[in-house]
Design a protein around this ligand. Structure first.
Ligand code: NAP
Length: 282
């Protein structure tokens, strides 16, 4: 039986929200249902369900672990989307694929545009970039949505970590020299579904390509932490050098989302509103 939408990575922060917000016929597949790095399973699952749009929310997202687990990161983040795109080609489906701000090196002073030069700083970013390139090479009917700093009710994320630490420690120390756009997974899911809806209504060439999709506004991790914990504990600003991690991260992760608004009329609300909703739902 054919469906409008097939979703991979359905148990992730984004996938979970997409599955519960979708109003069209949807086949939601978790990693246990479909490992996207398994080419024959991907081809078979898509050929059987014959979706019009495939949404890939599955990814290897452990940024630091990826530095020592390169093969798995590339198998999931490059080969997975490549197989999905190949499978879509066979049944003339569109692939909506999610990518990341970490394809950039963060050295630009202003917000990043879709066509700005890419230069990932770590293995995760490199594997996601390779996934973007594989999708573009295999399938013209694709939408790549680059997002950033995702937080949701379901799954682990910075918001939940800060809330836990605030209940355990008298003081939090958080980096204040990395700037980005926190993105509520529910808002991102709405955007993904709005994009899929437009394509289902009437696919057109101008709808395809690469778009940025993040919460409105920008903040540093330290500023974000202060908004999360409010006055429960003080949050001290530190530098990236004071908090070394295996993977280097861009100091500027801010993405310009004007293109998504212009082409699709989709614009995410300010990140603070997404945070309010998440805190209320927790
Ligand atoms: N989180 C962020 O801050 C962030 C920032 C920028 C971009 N993104 C991108 O946004 C998208 C959604 O991220 P998210 O925050 O929802 O990530 P997430 O919560 O880590 O979810 C990723 C999902 O992918 C699944 N997965 C892992 N390997 C898989 C495989 N081989 N086959 C199928 N599924 C697999 C995971 O399964 P399990 O549940 O079994 O682990 C998990 O459910 C990803 O493309 C990510 O790269 C995220």
């Amino acid at each position: 039986m054919s469906v409008d939408l097939l979703l991979t990575g359905a148990n992730g922060q984004l996938g979970w929200e997409v599955a519960r917000r979708a109003t069209r016929s949807l086949k939601a597949l978790t990693r246990a249902d479909l490992d996207i790095s398994d080419r024959s399973k991907v081809i078979e699952a898509i050929a059987m369900s014959k979706p019009k749009v495939v949404i890939n929310a599955g990814a290897y997202t452990a940024v630091d672990k990826a530095e020592s687990d390169r093969d798995t990161a590339f198998a999931v983040n490059r080969d997975g989307p490549s197989y999905l795109a190949q499978a879509c080609t066979r049944i003339c489906a569109t692939l909506v694929h999610i990518s990341t701000d970490y394809v950039f090196d963060g050295k630009k002073a202003a917000a990043y545009l879709e066509d700005d030069p890419v230069a990932p700083l770590g293995v995760y970013g490199a594997s996601k970039l390779a996934g973007e390139e594989a999708v573009r090479a295999a399938l013209s009917a694709h939408v790549i949505l680059r997002t950033a700093w995702v937080f949701g009710v379901h799954g682990n994320n910075f918001v939940k970590t800060m809330l836990r630490l605030a209940s355990e420690r008298p003081l939090l120390k958080v980096v204040d020299d990395q700037r980005g756009c926190p993105t509520f997974a529910g808002d991102l899911a709405n955007a993904v579904l709005a994009v899929a809806d437009r394509i289902l209504e009437r696919p057109a060439d101008h709808l395809f390509g690469t778009f940025h999709c993040v919460g409105g506004g920008e903040v540093t991790w330290c500023g974000f932490a202060r908004s999360i914990v409010r006055s429960r504990v003080p949050v001290e600003a530190i530098t990236t050098a004071q908090y070394p991690t295996p993977a280097q991260r861009p100091s500027n992760s801010v993405l310009d989302c004007e293109k998504l608004d212009r082409v699709y009329g989709v614009k995410l609300r300010p990140w603070q509103q997404g945070l309010e909703e998440m805190l209320a739902r927790l």
